[in-house]
Design a protein around this ligand. Structure first.
Ligand SMILES: *[C@@H]1O[C@H](CO)[C@@H](O)[C@H](O)[C@H]1NC(C)=O
Ligand SMILES: *[C@@H]1O[C@H](CO)[C@@H](O)[C@H](O)[C@H]1NC(C)=O
Ligand SMILES: *[C@@H]1O[C@H](CO)[C@@H](O)[C@H](O)[C@H]1NC(C)=O
Length: 455
């Protein structure tokens, strides 16, 4: 995945040349500097939105650089309007203000929400503003279709535990399931479930997650069960099992972008055709999300409680016994603030994403005016300049990591592909299967450069 993104990052970097200083990158062995203390989901350092959802405390300047994560709320999300949606550049951490934050171009349509991917864009991603620490989540959805077009519905934690549903648009009868512990690659975790047509019909996809097992269900029928007891890693002496508070993330992204690695494109079913019938008829690829419902895990004792206001980690190991269900606040005063200085600044505008000091405030973009179609116009391109260099530098950060240990791999902790040889053309079956198995996670990196999409 990383490889595939390199040219993209480079292109973006070139296109947006020197308009902003690249944010520093972060990894387990390279924490963020004090002046840009928060390590974003895309493994880059900044303040403001970098310290909110997706901020990885293990890679940040200190554990408390990241803002505590809003606790789980039982909720049924009607997806028929954008009233409860905010662009990542407009959200400061109050879940009362929005149910979803995102980037890209979501559209309300006929009581549902379309996540769209217009020509030459990197699609759309939404993340819930509250977290789930175990529990059940259901989504009624219709996937996108077309070669290279990927639809995803996942749970993703700030320390990169992940539980996935994912579909490639050339196979409308297969739902792919997967999971990760702390972003560590494991090539055997992926399993397919055969379904009825996923584009024409709504189906209800569900994740039931407890400290002991994960179940993936389609229309109420269990398609896969993974038990924690099957996940012991005797090297690290721990369960390689998702166990930390996670956001619900919904996305459509271009696995088949011509500039992606061949293995990624193959996994996604081939290169995207930006002149397809779908594009001609609708103007974009799209996935349709109906109702989403979250049922928090019911327990009186940790792990898995939701009694307080927010979750934070009290230890860098980031296992389920290090999560604290607390009363700490979750809201930043401005995009200059951080977890350790939540009242800094007073504006609520992200316009100063690249402040005079060069510190970034909105990871992966967000500077586009609301409603701007990603990549659809030059305004988006221009205003995305700061994020453009974000995306570029994240990927170039990865390029330096050629060693086999995932721990040493900068952003590839997240993209989970760091041990791979960057010269590979995708003909190595191992690599190809790696990329197939790891497809789910790539979206986040691609989406990390959303907002600039000028290919
Ligand atoms: C799942 O199905 C896809 C095709 O839809 C295929 O590429 C992939 O190899 C399958 N994965 C597994 C684990 O069988
Ligand atoms: C077990 O943990 C080690 C250390 O984190 C990791 O390198 C390895 O990939 C893990 N093994 C599996 C099968 O996940
Ligand atoms: C989570 O915590 C519980 C109770 O402390 C423990 O029994 C369980 O093994 C933990 N689960 C994982 C995946 O570490």
């Amino acid at each position: 995945m990383v490889r595939g993104l390199l040219p993209l990052g480079a292109a973006l970097l070139g296109a947006t040349a020197v308009l902003a200083v690249d944010p520093p990158s972060c990894a387990l062995d390279k924490k963020c500097p004090q002046e840009a203390p928060c390590c974003s989901q895309y493994n880059q350092c900044g303040v403001g939105a970098y310290c909110l959802g997706g901020c990885d405390p293990r890679m940040s300047f200190s554990l408390d650089s990241c803002v505590p994560a809003p606790v789980c709320q039982d909720k049924v999300y009607k997806m028929g309007s954008l009233d409860r949606y905010k662009d990542i550049g407009e959200y400061l951490g109050d879940p009362k203000e929005a149910d979803w934050v995102g980037q890209g171009e979501p559209l309300a349509h006929n009581g549902n929400m379309l996540l769209t991917m217009p020509p030459k864009s990197v699609g759309t991603v939404l993340a819930s503003t509250t977290y789930m620490w175990y529990g059940n989540v259901k989504a009624k959805l219709k996937t996108a279709r077309g070669a290279g077009v990927v639809t995803a519905f996942i749970l993703f934690s700030d320390v990169k535990d992940e539980i996935d549903w994912e579909w490639v648009g050339v196979d409308l009868h297969t739902a792919q399931t997967n999971y990760y512990f702390q972003g560590i690659p494991n090539y055997d975790n992926s399993k397919n479930i055969t379904t009825a047509d996923s584009y024409d019909e709504f189906h209800e996809y569900e994740i039931q997650w407890t400290p002991d097992e994960i179940k993936w269900l389609v229309d109420g029928k269990v398609g896969r069960t993974k038990k924690r007891s099957e996940t012991w890693n005797s090297t690290s002496n721990q369960w390689a099992f998702p166990q930390t508070p996670s956001r619900v993330q919904l996305s459509i992204w271009p696995g088949g972008l011509a500039t992606n690695a061949k293995g990624t494109i193959d996994w996604a079913g081939g290169e995207i055709d930006w002149n397809s019938d779908e594009i001609k008829h609708y103007g974009y690829y799209f996935a349709t999300f109906g109702e989403i419902s979250v049922e928090c895990y019911k327990t009186n004792t940790a792990p898995g409680t939701n009694k307080g206001v927010s979750y934070y980690y009290n230890d860098i190991s980031a296992t389920n016994n290090t999560v604290v269900d607390s009363k700490k606040p979750t809201i930043l005063k401005s995009f200059l603030a951080t977890g350790t200085d939540m009242n800094k600044g007073d504006g609520t505008s992200s316009g100063g994403a690249s402040s005079s000091s060069g510190v970034h405030a909105v990871p992966g973009g967000g500077a586009s005016p609301p409603g701007q179609v990603p990549g659809g116009g030059n305004a988006g391109a221009g205003s995305g300049s700061g994020s453009g260099s974000s995306g570029g530098s994240g990927n170039s950060g990865n390029s330096g990591s050629g060693n086999g240990g995932s721990r040493n791999c900068d952003a590839s902790e997240f993209t989970q592909n760091c041990g791979q040889n960057t010269g590979d053309t995708g003909t190595n079956p191992n690599t190809a299967s790696t990329e197939r198995a790891l497809g789910a996670s790539a979206f986040a990196v691609i989406i990390g450069i959303a907002g600039l999409l000028l290919l």
